[in-house]
Design a protein around this ligand. Structure first.
Ligand SMILES: *[C@@H]1O[C@H](CO)[C@@H](O)[C@H](O)[C@H]1NC(C)=O
Ligand SMILES: *[C@@H]1O[C@H](CO)[C@@H](O)[C@H](O)[C@H]1NC(C)=O
Ligand SMILES: [Zn+2]
Length: 509
């Protein structure tokens, strides 16, 4: 946490916020360019500045092969032409509504379809995908948005839950003409302006997806538009689909982000968000051909073991030898790893002593591992909730920060609350690495000495890793080395002060 000093300016701003009241009741304006562009999203939508954001760049070193990822199976995607779908321009994208009976059947829950929409470049810059592969941006990207219909009655209820959404992402490349896309592309002149909608006959939505549904990237992320809730289980297919240049240019030039009655027209293009920090996530991949020397994901058993060790195991063992298991990023290098090992302190760190210590300040039994982790003070009433709901989390944090006269620290506080939670959940499903902050959270109940010992070792190991990287690359990227990227907090906390009370807001994906 950074310091919490507040200027007279801050107090004045706070006063303005409290007296301005219901101003934000319709959801704040946001755009991809200009003063309301993505750099400013987090001032009205704090989650946009928080943890586990999307899109991200699929860098080869972040990929882990997971042989247990099954091919994606979709049901009822071949819609009858008797069905009508709503095609609309919401000022941020072109969106096609989808019926509830369309769903994904190969995920742990049933995820029912809600809508699909696109992100694209412009007629002069043909690149506008959100996810990128080793920095390569595709011409466009389609998102087929689904919600967890096993747990939630509709998408509005699911959108802010940690397991609420599953989105299928499809890269779009310029190439062959795509007849499936023309089934609705041909109507887009009827929705040139913001908030315009028309009904179009349904068609086979499966034909919009790539042929191969077995090759994909998988990670935990967020909506790529405000309010940016980290509620999305992402599946991005490896293989792009193509549309013709003519189709692309039609899409990139037909639409406006402005209303029909606006005097100034604003073209709708370049509607993609920049890649976000990886936040210690790994990206699981269902394929490994073409990826040389790719690491495999650790088994669920190994991951549970690591958590178990953190909660009740020998922390000294972890400090001495288990560092690589804890933070796989610290991959051992010949010769270097030996230096981490210290002579083991006899007695003091024996299993027996440790177990006694543990039962003294026992707060949690090992049987509860993975089900319940210590809840930070911010979360208040949420403690008993099984699902993590981002709207009420936001409300809780706001109230706590108001009490501490620290509302401007909204983004930072949310990050501190959410990151360990999401990181742990994601780690148990191997979509992230454990972060130092998460480890600290887990060892809160342990005796001070042991926890300190472990933390010192971690800090040392990471410093060593940083030094090694500095040697290897003249221009090291410190942020990715340290793991928890503090640097993503807004530089100016006052920018977060214009935040208004949480509410249901318009969102696209
Ligand atoms: C989709 O359904 C239609 C009938 O509504 C059928 O004629 C067509 O062959 C189906 N397409 C596929 C790819 O299954
Ligand atoms: C979603 O479900 C909730 C709870 O059943 C309900 O209150 C709400 O009106 C529904 N929203 C929509 C858009 O259907
Ligand atoms: Zn999207």
């Amino acid at each position: 946490m950074r310091s919490r000093h507040f200027s007279a300016m801050t107090i004045t701003l706070l006063f303005i916020i409290f007296t301005a009241g219901p101003l934000a009741s319709t959801g704040a304006k946001w755009t991809y360019n200009g003063p309301d562009g993505e750099h400013d999203w987090s001032s009205n939508y704090p989650f946009c500045g928080g943890a586990f954001q999307s899109p991200i760049d699929f860098q080869t070193q972040l990929l882990r092969y997971d042989p247990n990822l099954p091919p994606i199976q979709v049901q009822n995607y071949n819609l009858s032409t008797n069905e009508q779908l709503t095609l609309g321009n919401n000022g941020h994208s072109v969106q096609l509504s989808l019926p509830f009976h369309m769903h994904i059947s190969s995920l742990p829950h049933r995820y029912s379809a809600a809508q699909l929409h696109f992100h694209w470049g412009s007629s002069s810059l043909l690149t506008g995908s959100e996810h990128t592969v080793n920095g390569k941006r595709f011409a466009g990207e389609m998102h087929v948005v689904h919600f967890n219909s096993d747990k939630y009655p509709n998408i509005s209820m699911a959108v802010d839950k940690h397991d609420g959404l599953a989105v299928l992402g499809v890269f779009i490349e310029i190439g062959e003409f795509n007849p499936a896309f023309d089934k609705f592309f041909k109507y887009i002149n009827g929705i040139k302006y913001r908030d315009q909608k028309i009904q179009v006959p349904a068609f086979n939505i499966r034909a919009l997806l790539p042929v191969r549904l077995d090759e994909y990237y998988r990670y935990d992320g967020s909506l790529t538009t405000p309010p940016c809730y980290p509620s999305v289980l992402w599946t991005v297919f490896r293989n792009p689909v193509t549309i013709s240049r003519k189709q692309f240019v039609a899409l990139a030039t037909a639409l406006y982000a402005s209303y029909a009655h606006d005097s100034a027209t604003v073209p709708l293009h370049g509607n993609y968000r920049k890649p976000q920090h990886a936040d210690n996530r790994v990206i699981l991949v269902s394929f490994k051909d073409g990826l040389h020397g790719i690491l495999s994901a650790a088994s669920p058993f190994q991951r549970k073991q690591v958590i178990q060790k953190l909660l009740v195991g020998d922390l000294a063992d972890l400090a001495d030898e288990g560092l690589y298991q804890l933070l796989p990023k610290l991959s051992p290098q010949p010769g270097v790893d030996e230096k981490f090992k210290k002579p083991k302190k006899q007695g003091q760190w024996s299993q027996a002593t440790q177990k006694q210590q543990w039962s003294k300040n026992n707060v949690q039994s090992s049987s509860s591992i993975g089900k319940k982790i210590p809840t930070p003070w911010y979360m208040g009433a949420l403690e008993t909730d099984k699902g993590m709901c981002f709207v009420s989390l936001e409300e809780n944090v706001v109230h706590q920060l108001e009490r501490y006269h620290a509302k401007g620290l909204m983004v930072e506080a949310l990050r501190e609350v959410i990151f360990p939670e999401l990181n742990l959940r994601s780690y148990l499903h191997c979509r992230s690495n454990l972060d130092l902050q998460t480890i600290r959270q887990l060892i809160k109940g342990r005796s001070q000495d042991e926890a300190t010992e472990l933390e010192q070792s971690l800090t040392k190991a990471m410093l060593r890793q940083m030094r090694r990287q500095i040697k290897q690359h003249r221009k090291p990227n410190m942020k990715t080395t340290i793991g928890h990227p503090q640097a993503t907090f807004p530089k100016d906390y006052n920018s977060a002060l214009t935040y208004h009370s949480p509410q249901r807001v318009e969102w696209e994906d």
